[in-house]
Ligand binder design. Structure first.
Ligand code: HXC
Ligand code: NAP
Length: 283
């Protein structure tokens, strides 16, 4: 679907790009011609990933940055422009999350998630947006949120609040900054296996299967499926799309919403007999 030159000459920053979904999206971008910058807190993780990219002849630079620090974020954007000449897109993928009954959370437990996810995304978006506006360049922001950002979810309240704020930021700035040629979109993935997410969000044995069963297609999403959508949204192929939050969840969210979706439990062969009974109004 995509040509190898899709992102030729593009410089793309992926926060949290050293692990999990960020790394997979960054690799896909680099395989389609982009120079990718991977930024996160852990220098050793970044160094290992840089070597991995280089072994595949993929253009990649790495820089440590804690997105909770506006100074570090501003320095990162200046460094990219100095090193690479320009910046074209930012994927706000860095996040923190854990499960906890909300009454057991400490104020710092709430703060740490909101600081990474909501404030970190704002600092990056603000720094990149300001750079694009002052240098009269167009730019693209892709935010990685979650399906529960709009519905809310128990046991991940800090994350739900923060990701919901990121969705609001995406929709608000898509309008405010459209005049500068800046597009903002978000992907809301359903469950996709990564060490970072699954080790923190599944409380124990059997839960992986339970989570999978919530997805009507009865499988997890793949890194490639996410990367394909990210490629499209970051590239000019989607140049008239802005302010969208696109779910990539195999129908999981709608499965929970539709009142009668639980009827999928009824085996297909039972339906003809059941239909006769129901027409007669008997149970
Ligand atoms: C309750 C917790 C907690 C937990 C930490 N805290 N873990 N509270 N339950 N499991 C509290 C601590 O007690 C502390 O408060 C405060 O949070 C800060 O904790 P630190 O460990 O000092 O923070 P830090 O070292 O900065 O680590 C940040 C982190 C960590 C978010 C807690 O998990 C992390 O580095 N995560 C990065 C990667 C990540 O989370 N990936 C998953 C993304 S998955 P007190 O008051 O005690 O000092 C995702 C997917 C969602 O978002 C959708 C899936 C389908
Ligand atoms: P992950 O591997 O744990 O990714 C999180 C990344 O964020 C890590 O690389 C981490 O690197 C970085 N990070 C955390 N705090 C940071 C900070 N303060 N500054 C800079 N970087 C920071 O988990 P993942 O599953 O790939 O998640 C990636 C994104 O997808 C997240 O936004 C997540 O909410 C979203 N998502 C995932 C799923 C899923 O099922 N996997 C579903 C929905 C949404 P360092 O530790 O080196 O800083």
């Amino acid at each position: 679907m995509f040509t190898q030159e899709l992102l030729q000459n593009q410089v793309i920053l992926v926060t949290g790009g050293g692990t999990g979904l960020g790394k997979s999206m960054a690799k896909a971008m680099a395989r389609h011609g982009a120079t990718v910058i991977l930024a996160s807190r852990k220098a050793e993780v970044l160094a290992a990933v840089k070597a991995e990219f280089e072994s595949e002849s993929l253009n990649c630079r790495v820089k440590t940055c804690d997105v909770r620090s506006p100074e570090e974020v501003n320095d990162l954007i200046s460094w990219i422009v100095e090193e690479c000449g320009h910046l074209d897109a930012v994927i706000n993928n860095a996040a923190g999350n854990f499960i906890s009954p909300t009454e057991l959370l400490s104020p710092k437990g709430f703060d740490v998630i909101v600081d990474i996810v909501l404030k970190g995304t704002f600092y990056l978006t603000h720094a990149a947006g300001t750079y694009w506006i002052t240098s009269k360049r167009k730019g693209t922001i892709l935010n990685i949120t979650t399906t529960y950002a709009d519905s809310g979810s128990g046991y991940v309240v800090p994350s739900a609040c923060a990701k919901s704020g990121v969705n609001a930021m995406t929709r608000s700035l898509a309008v405010e900054w459209a005049r500068y040629g800046i597009r903002l979109n978000a992907i809301a993935p359903g469950p996709i296996p990564t060490e970072g997410a699954f080790s923190r969000l599944l409380p124990g044995e059997g839960w992986e299967e339970k989570v999978k069963r919530r997805v009507p297609s009865n499988r997890f999403g793949t890194h490639e499926e996410l990367a394909n959508l990210a490629l499209f949204l970051v590239s000019d192929l989607s140049s008239f799309i802005t302010g969208e939050i696109i779910r990539l969840d195999g129908g999981e969210q709608l499965n929970g919403a539709g009142q009668f979706n639980g009827l999928s439990e009824i085996p297909q062969e039972v339906w003809p007999e059941l239909a006769v009974k129901m027409r007669k109004g008997t149970k």
